[in-house]
Design a protein around this ligand. Structure first.
Ligand code: FES
Ligand code: FES
Length: 171
């Protein structure tokens, strides 16, 4: 017969220790092994530029780079990134020193509410380094995992197309 946990009993949670390297800084962490990279970035490191939209891999708002490749941080365990180089929107540029892709999004009004924008920009950077930011059709296809509920798609494509023309726009 299976024994039932006693009422009020606390279930043991497996903890794991690892180091996240984010935007060039090292962060030693000890967390529940099931914590996602998204939650670790936002709740443990205070890097709230990366957004939580669906939390199930369908909107792209949580896109970051791990070892130079774009990934969905809501589908990635933080502990899996031990020893890897994580780059978030905070590592791209800041208000006093915007990245050319950020400049281009501003110039082309590539956002309205801005919630999807960090994920759009991280994906746009990946597109450029993958050599997938040629035609508007190609940009639309390879940006299709990044949903914009405000429907700013046309301006997002224009922003990426212009940024892709700059040699210094990719990471
Ligand atoms: Fe990760 Fe939507 S929050 S894909
Ligand atoms: Fe609002 Fe994209 S700008 S969701």
């Amino acid at each position: 017969m299976t024994s039932q946990p006693k009422p009020g009993a606390v279930r043991a949670v497996s903890q794991t220790a690892f180091t996240l390297r984010v935007n060039g800084e090292e962060y030693p962490l000890r967390t529940d092994a099931r914590v996602t990279l998204l939650d670790a970035l936002r709740d443990r490191l205070g890097l709230t530029g990366t957004k939580k939209g669906c939390d199930q891999g369908t909107c792209g708002a949580c896109t970051v780079h791990v070892d130079g490749k774009r990934i969905l941080s809501c589908l990635t365990l933080a502990a899996q990134c031990d020893g890897q180089e994580v780059t978030t929107i905070e590592g791209i540029g800041d208000e006093s020193n915007l990245h050319p892709v950020q400049e281009s999004f501003l110039k082309h009004d590539g956002f309205q509410c801005g919630y999807c924008t960090p994920g759009q920009i991280m994906s746009a950077l990946a597109l450029m380094s993958e050599g997938r930011a040629g035609t508007p059709e190609e940009i639309r296809e390879y940006m299709s995992g990044n949903i914009c509920r405000c429907g700013a798609y046309q301006n997002i494509v224009a922003a990426i197309q212009e940024a892709a023309g700059h040699h210094d726009a990719a990471l």
